[in-house]
Design a protein around this ligand. Sequence first.
Ligand code: SF4
Ligand code: SF4
Length: 225
Amino acid sequence: MEYDENGVSIVPSEFKKEIFEEARKDFRYEEYVRGCLNCGVCTGGCPPHRFFDFSPRIVLQNMKSKDPELIWTMMDEYIWACFQCFTCAMICPFLNSPGGIIAVLREIAVRRGFESAKKVLKPYSRVLLKLTAYGNQLSPDMIQPDFFPDWGPHIGYASTDLAVKRKAIPMPTLQVTNLAWDVAPETMKELYDIFDEAGVFKIIESVDPSLYEIIQDIVDDVRSS
Ligand code: SF4
Ligand code: SF4
């Protein structure tokens, strides 16, 4: 997002209204944003609230205000603090779903290629590639200490001699390390059609054009096979 020398957002107010309207027109809006008591029960049960300056009560109050300026303040880092655990939806006495409306706002950020969405999705580019191009989510060769430092001290051991360990697994696993399972080309072609129809490729293009190019090369190869 762009800011002036005083750190104030210089995004035109018309654009902020457009974003609010896009959220309001979402088919889930009425279900997720109802009346709000401002009781804070949702915030009391919200895990990230303990660690960040983040509150589902504020999310609901901002949405209820219908003020595009207030809603815009959440479109940068704020919406990405949510864990999507939906505790808030389970405990809200008004049956609101702050986590649900956050998902709607996130989808807008991704569709429109906002910088915050690009930053958050960057670490998932390998997963997106495997999933959309090969129908796999995680393959053995992706388990590397640099990629998953939070998996603890034994991740280094897990990533060595992968080919040997893979062959030692008694179940049929293709015995390769770059795929977890085999997906037939015909199935992949159907998946590509679904991704096309659902706008998945367009979204990837808006958040990561280089990744999109790589995926499209693979898709073209499989489609022409
Ligand atoms: S969203 Fe629900 S739980 Fe949260 S403040 Fe409003 S009424 Fe209370
Ligand atoms: S879904 Fe998000 S806002 Fe709701 S409780 Fe979980 S982390 Fe908090």
